[in-house]
Design a protein around this ligand. Structure first.
Ligand code: AMP
Length: 279
């Protein structure tokens, strides 16, 4: 495994790679969710490149950016089996005269976009840069960040990136909590409380499979479950169209994306589930 810290150094290594390339972009502090994407890439490509970059432009608060967990030594040990890891410097990614930003319009607007202004502009811009630097055949993203997937798919289509976007399932801990680098910031009691997101989504999923099709009723069920946990402060719950990500008002026809952002103490967690009827 080779570690590159400048784009020039990376490009020299990239030129020597023959065959298909899978890219796994990350912000580091790796867990099994990230590794599931690495494994998927390794199964589908001749070479796998991972990037570790805590992208400052996608954070809404400097506190969140500063508190974002980092452990490069641990990350590199976990990435042992891949070809190249690119760890660019913020000063090279965003030199002082940086002027170009990518805005993906409609799919960026609801859900996370509504509560984190500028977040998806930061995501789309950094991912476009990484696509141009790495020039992968395929790029791997987690369903954990469902709206991010929709934003990137739209950008890839609109800007004609010759890249296949591959989406990996949400990896969860045994108790159902979605793996996330941010979980490291939870204390023991908060970590126990964090299970309420998955409980709330699972409850709504069960109701859907028992025939509940009213999106408002599903939102109410999710909120009622979250209200059982005193440490949880809800930012939003959503039942949205799986493609447009617009809130559903009418009975669910075929499928829906159930999602939520919830503070557990000072840590903002997100989770989601797609419900779909069989047949
Ligand atoms: P991050 O480092 O949080 O930016 O995540 C890097 C990639 O890993 C993104 O595509 C995430 O959606 C994905 N990811 C994060 N958590 C999980 C998870 N629990 N399961 C699967 N993929 C995940």
């Amino acid at each position: 495994m080779q570690v590159c810290r400048t784009i020039e150094e990376f490009r020299a290594v990239r030129q020597r790679l023959v065959g298909s390339i899978g890219l796994v972009p990350t912000m580091g502090y790796l867990h099994d969710g990230h590794l599931s994407l690495v494994r998927l890439s390794q199964a589908q490509n001749d070479h796998t490149v991972a990037t570790i970059f805590v992208n400052p432009t996608q954070f809404n608060s400097t506190e969140d950016l500063e508190k974002y967990p980092r452990d490069e030594v641990h990350d590199l040990a976990m990435l042992d089996s891949i070809d190249v890891v690119l760890i660019p410097r913020a000063s090279e990614m965003y030199p002082t005269d940086f002027q170009t930003h990518i805005t993906v319009e409609n799919v960026s607007q609801g859900l996370e976009g509504q509560h984190r202004p500028g977040h998806f502009e930061g995501v789309a811009t950094v991912v476009a840069k990484l696509f141009n630097i790495v020039q992968p055949t395929r790029a791997y993203f987690g369903q954990k960040d469902a709206q991010q997937v929709a934003v990137i798919r739209q950008m890839v289509a609109d800007l004609n990136f010759p890249i296949d976007v591959v989406v990996g399932d949400i990896m969860r801990e045994i108790d159902g909590v979605a793996m996330s680098s941010r979980n490291a910031r939870l204390d023991t009691a908060e970590r126990e409380a964090a299970v309420v997101l998955h409980k709330s989504l699972s409850g709504a999923q069960r109701a859907f499979h028992s025939g509940e099709r009213d999106p408002q009723r599903l939102r109410e069920l999710m909120l009622a479950a979250l209200a059982q946990e005193p440490r949880a402060k809800v930012e939003y719950v959503s039942v949205a169209d799986t493609k447009t990500l617009k809130e559903l008002q009418n009975p669910i026809q075929k499928a829906a994306l159930l999602s939520m952002a919830v503070y557990i103490g000072a840590v903002r967690l997100i989770d989601n589930m797609v419900v779909e009827h069989d047949g």
